[in-house]
Design a protein around this ligand. Structure first.
Ligand SMILES: C[S@@+](CC[C@H](N)C(=O)[O-])C[C@H]1O[C@@H](n2cnc3c(N)ncnc32)[C@H](O)[C@@H]1O
Ligand SMILES: Nc1nc2[nH]cc(C(=O)O)c2c(=O)[nH]1
Ligand code: SF4
Ligand SMILES: [Mg+2]
Length: 245
C-alpha cells in the first residue's frame, strides 16, 4: 500500500448525503468529510467543534480506507461530489484520498480560507477559497492565498466565497474580488448565531440572516456589481444550526 493511502487524516465528522448549502455548488447532493483542526479562530466560526482543540478528543485519526468505507456506505457506492471541509482541511494529507476516490468516479470540492496550500490542490475538481473579512478578527496573508492559486493551477474550478456581516466586510469582499477578477465570487450573509459546539438545536437568527441577505442584494445592485452572486447558507435556512446536515 502506498504511503498516501496510510497517511493519518484527522476527522471530525463524515455525514451525508445532504445538499451543498453554500456557494458555487449550492443544491448539489454531497457527502461531507470534515477534518479536525484549524490555523484560524474566526470570531463567528460555525464549526468550532472541528476547530477548538477542546474538542480534539472527538477527532479520529483515520486512513484513506477508513474514510472511504464511510463515504461509500453513505453514498451506497454511487459516485458523487465529496465536500472536504473543516476546520482547515488544507492542513491534512488529503492527496491519497482524492486519488483513491477519483479512481472510482467520485469528485472532490475543498473549502479553505487560503492560508495553507498543498500540491494536491491541483487534483481537486473544485476549490472554494474563502478569505476572511475584518469581522472574523483574522488577517489575510495574500501571499499565502496566491500560493493556493498557483499550486491549484488549471486543475480545479476555483471560486471565491466571502462571508459578509457589515460594510467593512463588504468593502473587503470588493477588494478581494478586484484582486482576482477572473474568479467567480459568492457573497454569503453571516450567521450571527453560530451553534455552540455542544448544542445541535441551538436557535438560529433567520430574521437577521434574511435582513443581511436583503441588504447585500441592495448593495450589489446599487454598486452595479453585476458579477457577484449573493446566496444564503441554504442548509441553515432548512435546518438551522443542526450539525451533520
Ligand atoms: C466552517 S468553514 C470550514 C472551511 C474553512 N476553514 C473556511 O473557513 O473556508 C466553511 C465555510 O463556512 C463559513 N462560515 C463559518 N462560520 C460562518 C458564519 N457564522 N456565518 C456564515 N458563514 C460562516 C466560512 O467562511 C467558510 O466559507
Ligand atoms: N449542507 C451543508 N453545506 C455546507 N457548506 C459548507 C459547509 C461547511 O460547514 O463547511 C456545510 C455544511 O456543514 N452543510
Ligand atoms: S477558518 Fe473556517 S473553520 Fe477555521 S475558524 Fe474560520 S470559519 Fe472556522
Ligand atoms: Mg458549516
Amino acid at each position: 500500500m502506498s504511503g498516501a493511502r496510510q497517511a493519518q487524516i484527522r476527522v471530525s465528522e463524515i455525514f451525508g448525503p445532504t445538499i451543498q448549502g453554500e456557494g458555487v455548488l449550492i443544491g448539489l447532493p454531497t457527502v461531507f468529510v470534515r477534518t479536525g483542526g484549524c490555523d484560524y479562530r474566526c470570531s463567528w466560526c460555525d464549526s468550532l467543534h472541528a476547530v477548538d482543540s477542546e474538542y480534539r478528543d472527538q477527532w479520529l485519526p483515520m486512513t484513506v480506507d477508513g474514510i472511504w468505507a464511510d463515504v461509500t456506505r453513505l453514498s451506497r457506492g454511487k459516485p458523487l461530489m465529496v465536500s472536504l471541509s473543516g476546520g482547515n482541511p488544507a492542513i491534512q494529507p488529503l492527496g491519497g484520498l482524492i486519488a483513491h476516490g477519483h479512481a472510482q468516479g467520485y469528485k472532490f470540492a475543498l473549502e479553505t480560507q487560503g492560508s495553507v496550500t498543498k500540491e494536491w490542490f491541483a487534483d481537486l475538481d473544485v476549490l472554494v477559497l474563502s478569505p476572511k473579512p475584518p469581522s472574523s478578527g483574522m488577517a489575510t496573508d495574500w501571499d499565502a492565498f496566491e500560493d493556493c492559486l498557483r499550486l491549484a493551477g488549471n486543475g480545479p474550478a476555483i471560486a471565491l466565497k466571502i462571508v459578509v456581516f457589515d460594510d467593512r466586510d463588504y468593502a473587503y469582499a470588493r477588494e478581494a474580488s478586484a484582486r482576482y477578477p477572473d474568479l467567480s465570487v459568492y457573497l454569503q450573509p453571516g450567521n450571527h448565531t453560530p451553534p455552540p459546539p455542544d448544542d445541535d438545536d441551538a436557535r438560529v437568527d433567520i430574521d437577521g440572516i434574511m435582513d443581511r441577505m436583503l441588504w447585500l442584494v441592495d448593495k450589489v445592485t446599487e454598486d452595479r456589481w453585476f458579477e457577484a452572486r449573493v446566496l444564503p447558507q441554504l442548509h441553515v435556512l432548512l435546518w438551522g444550526n443542526k450539525r451533520g446536515v
